[in-house]
Design a protein around this ligand. Structure first.
Ligand SMILES: [Ca+2]
Ligand SMILES: [Ca+2]
Length: 221
């Protein structure tokens, strides 16, 4: 699981709009093993009373072709995204944690390589395990603490450590997703270092290793 890294803007991206660049990040978002770029631009025609997006994020491939343009109208308190390939198509899936201090949505999105649009497949509860902890205590998976989603390779198929039997209740801190599309909110396990060491008895049972597609289908049932 990798997150985009901030870099100096490559010279190939510099042009007449460069004065408006807020930041440039790099990640391989299309899965061809070459680093691509996200460039965040300030919208020069935005003003405080305007309803226009205040910024745009342009997605450049490694060959500096713009393949996606995202309008940004809201400043989130939490806006984390990680890229990891979880299925058989080459492009990575996006693990995200987005929202406000009173509610963060953890979700996995599938990318459509024809226009790089993101389709939310399911939301989940993030549970963190410290791999050096022999007791495998379950902590809440805060965005700054998680380093990787727990997966294993099962005969060429990627399986994700998860559970659908738990008592993780979302309090006011945790946003509940659209239940019309998703009937069950799984626990997804991550490795990392629990700095806050926040834990409750989540009563997680029947821990399974399921493929990305199996989790999508089970969450909808
Ligand atoms: Ca790439
Ligand atoms: Ca994929």
């Amino acid at each position: 699981m990798q997150s985009p890294q901030e870099i100096d803007t490559p010279l190939q991206i510099w042009d007449t709009t460069s004065a408006f660049i807020i930041k440039t990040e790099t990640i391989d978002f299309n899965g061809d093993n070459k680093l691509d770029y996200f460039v965040l631009f300030r919208n020069p025609s935005w003003h405080s009373s305007s309803t226009k997006p205040f910024a745009f994020e342009l997605w450049y491939t490694s060959s500096f072709k713009v393949v996606k343009r995202v309008q940004i109208s809201v400043v989130l308190d939490y806006d984390f995204r990680w890229f990891i390939n979880l299925d058989n198509d080459p492009e990575p899936e996006i693990v995200s944690a987005r929202g406000f201090s009173d509610g963060v949505t953890y979700a996995i999105s599938d990318q459509n390589p024809s226009d790089w649009s993101e389709k939310l497949t399911f939301s989940f509860n993030p549970i963190l395990i410290d791999p050096t902890d022999p007791w495998e205590v379950h902590y809440w998976g805060y965005t700054k603490d998680i380093t990787n989603i727990m997966t294993k390779n099962d005969g060429g198929l990627i399986k994700i450590r998860c559970s659908f039997e738990h008592k993780v209740y979302r309090d006011s801190e945790h946003y509940v997703p659209d239940w019309q599309q998703q009937h069950q909110l799984p626990v997804i396990f991550f490795t990392g270092k629990p700095k806050k060491r926040y834990r409750k008895d989540y009563r997680i049972r029947k821990i399974q290793w399921l493929s990305f597609q199996e989790i999508i289908e089970k969450a909808r049932r």
